[in-house]
Design a protein around this ligand. Structure first.
Ligand code: DGL
Length: 277
């Protein structure tokens, strides 16, 4: 496609559940002309405690569903899938560019850390994969990395327990963040895309000396760069639309999505039988 011929095909965005909405929120802001198709696998969330083979099997089905649309790119708006399955998914779908969350978040963290001490919080599968750590070391070998899995965060967020003042989420967050703060980090990668929904809670505990980096948000910037480089941007005059699909009850997803995206999304989501893909 050339600059004069906009590419109006939609972009697919997916996650195990609600987390990818953090990428959607940024995409709506920085690429308002693009049509987006979101899939959240709410019937099978969380992915983050599962074996890499299971995560890949689920991710393949998610991609097959998204590919039932004529897409121009896919954003894997999920740390767990990005850290375990991105290379395989890209190799299996060579005609479609994939954007993950790891590299963009690590580039940003490397740019903002002054003491070169970076913390990463993510799911167990992501921390076990070592993908964030290797990416950070590749970018700057002098950075010391401290990783902490936070397995209770995703179920709590999926159940709406993400607001400041909620004693359960605050207690859990304090416990997870304490070892990282003791290690004197000055940048913290929210390496699971659900975690920016906890931004206020995490920021309150970490204080102003720790810069938070949202993996979901950085992936949106990466998509923008990719579409520009490949001359695949949509028509700038077009008002992009987002379609939401989930694999379980639509109502719970719509409620949280409405709060997070500050938009009334009642009746906006459709249910998909993901096992068919
Ligand atoms: N948003 C997913 C991630 O970024 C959540 C993982 C999960 O389902 O446990 O890792």
């Amino acid at each position: 496609m050339t600059e004069n011929c906009p590419d109006n095909r939609p972009v697919g965005v997916f996650d195990s559940g609600l987390g990818g909405l953090t990428a959607i929120r940024s995409l709506l802001r920085i690429l308002p002309e693009e049509d987006l198709i979101y899939f959240g696998d709410t019937a099978r969330v969380p992915y983050g405690n599962r074996a890499p083979e299971t995560i890949l099997q689920y991710a393949r089905q998610d991609v097959r569903f998204l590919r039932s649309f004529r897409l121009k790119a896919i954003v894997i708006a999920c740390g767990t899938i990005s850290t375990t399955s991105l290379d395989t998914l890209q190799a299996e779908n060579p005609d479609l560019p994939f954007v993950g969350v790891v590299e963009p978040a690590c580039r940003r963290a490397a740019a903002v850390t002054k003491r070169k001490r970076v913390g990463i919080i993510a799911t167990r599968a992501s921390i076990r994969s070592g993908a964030y750590e290797s990416a950070l070391r590749r970018i700057d070998p002098e950075i010391t990395v401290f990783g902490e899995p936070c397995p209770l965060f995703v179920p709590l967020v999926e159940n709406g327990r993400f607001r400041p003042g909620d004693i359960v989420i605050e207690t859990v967050a304090r416990e997870y963040l304490a070892p990282l703060l003791q290690n004197d980090i000055d940048a913290l990668i929210l390496g699971c895309t659900h975690y920016p929904l906890l931004q206020e809670v995490i920021a309150d505990i970490c204080g102003p000396s720790v810069e938070l980096v949202s993996a979901g948000e950085e992936s949106a910037y990466e998509l923008k760069r990719l579409l520009k480089a490949r001359r695949m941007r949509g028509d700038p005059e077009h008002a992009g639309e987002t379609r939401f699909y989930v694999s379980d009850r639509t109502e719970d997803f719509e409620n949280t999505a409405s709060i997070f995206l500050r938009e009334d999304l009642r009746h906006a989501a459709r249910r998909v039988d993901i096992e068919q893909y």
